[in-house]
Design a binder for this molecule. Sequence first.
Ligand SMILES: [Zn+2]
Length: 318
Amino acid sequence: MMTTLSPEISRRQFLVAGGLTVAAAYLGPWNLFAEAGGLVEHALKESASAKITVQTLRRNIRVLLGPGGNIAVLTGPDGKLLVDAEVVTAGQNVSAALASINADPIKQLINTHWHFDHTGGNEWVHKAGASILAQENTRKHLLVDTRVEGWKYTFPAAPAGAIPSTVFKEDYTLHANGTTLVLKHYLPAHTDSDISVHFVEADVFHTGDTFWNRNYPFIDYSTGGSIDGTIRAAEANLAKVTDKMIVIPGHGAVGGKADLMLFRDVMVDLREKVAALKKHGRSLAEVVAAKPSARTDEEWGNGFMTPALFLEWVYQGV
Ligand SMILES: [Zn+2]
């Protein structure tokens, strides 16, 4: 069953209400260039001038909403702790947004997975004084040239300063600024390096790219992702979420339980529809032409991934 869309505040309405129309405008063009195989190049170029907005969530936790992956910021006497580091070219604007919160140094960075729009800032954040923590597959992928077929792009090995100095396999707990942070590795989902970060006392949960709020997600088959893994992670997030939990998606507006349910429902619905069409011998072009995602395309297809691209990732995995 699909959860009804209309009573919820749509992502775009939320962005307009929050004065974030500029950031939204920069998200749009990425997917157009993906069709031409230049998404990564275009994202690098556009992220240099994209606006970064600071949103206060709960207690000492904020989120930076910008062109790439959402950054969680935990402040306090231990210095700033960041979850994710944006596209490298967004560095100046991220740095300015962090300075607008307070003058404290960045002491710790956690990567939710290895992708360039989450680890691009690793090197400058490390130079600013932070140590970097991630799941072991994030380090593995950053250490070598890595081809992502879905983006038609080969990422060169990251510079030494960008490599996580501490890695873990399944679970990791740390304490900073009076907060317990519980990190948990997902089974392969969006990639094989995805983790969630739970700020326990504030009950704020960063899902990385296992959850895109009202945006079709990218699925990176080149480094372990799949549509079935994406659905499995969506179920894991739902098993974890509480009514009061604030959920930071990898991309899109901050949400909660209803948004996670909607994401799961849309993923399951489209997986079933595409699988049925493929089983009946339909080609990818025929599946796209059948518009199985018509109900959500207007809202969900305006971000990182177009409906056609998303359907391609689903088709590949069923
Ligand atoms: Zn990603």
